[in-house]
Design a protein around this ligand. Structure first.
Ligand SMILES: N[C@@H](CCC(=O)N[C@@H](CS)C(=O)NCC(=O)O)C(=O)O
Length: 165
């Protein structure tokens, strides 16, 4: 595991004997049978910035799509760190890798998992703090989904268009 995910080529070059030893061990048939073919990583997997707290990241202070999750966090009594990710961080290779294809706002749970899409983040925060906000009956739950979908598909995109017009 450490050689597959954490001890990358650059690090391994500093401990060539250990690296050569691992390479030999990894080829022993009984090791291959147990672990499979261990592929040593070129680049270490990025560490998750684990703070043990829910974080909501956005690219700007007044990010429209972050507003609903922030309001829901307030209503649900869930403590959320709001983090504005500056341009140079956003453009760094390591952050791009961490953010992958997700859009802002991006939620990082206390367990270090990522949730994208303001509607999904809002539902998560409601469920975490005050599940009754999500509705009790099937109809109430559908109403909550209806408004969340409308907000992301119609309301905010059109507000943004008006602001940019
Ligand atoms: N449907 C998404 C829309 C979010 C969205 O469009 N975010 C834009 C900024 S407003 C974004 O992240 N664009 C790409 C980027 O900044 O990397 C949601 O509700 O969260």
């Amino acid at each position: 595991m450490p050689f597959s995910f954490a001890l990358d080529a650059k690090y391994r070059s500093t401990v060539p004997n250990v690296d050569a030893w691992v390479e030999r061990i990894a080829k022993i048939p009984s090791v291959v049978k147990f672990f499979g073919h261990v592929k040593r990583c070129e680049q270490a997997v990025l560490p998750v910035d684990f703070k043990g707290k829910i974080t909501l990241s956005a690219w700007t202070e007044g990010h429209f799509f972050a507003m609903i999750p922030l309001m829901v966090a307030g209503l649900a009594g869930v403590d959320v760190d709001f983090a504005v990710i500056d341009k140079s961080t956003r453009e760094s290779a390591s952050y791009k890798k961490e953010k992958a294809h997700w859009l802002f706002p991006l939620c990082t749970t206390a367990e270090g998992e990522q949730i994208s899409e303001s509607a999904a983040i809002s539902s998560y925060l409601a469920a975490a703090g005050k599940p009754e906000l999500l509705g009790k009956t099937a109809f109430e739950k559908a109403q909550v989904d209806q408004w969340l979908c409308m907000q992301t598909s119609a309301i905010f995109p059109n507000i943004v268009k008006m602001l940019l017009a």
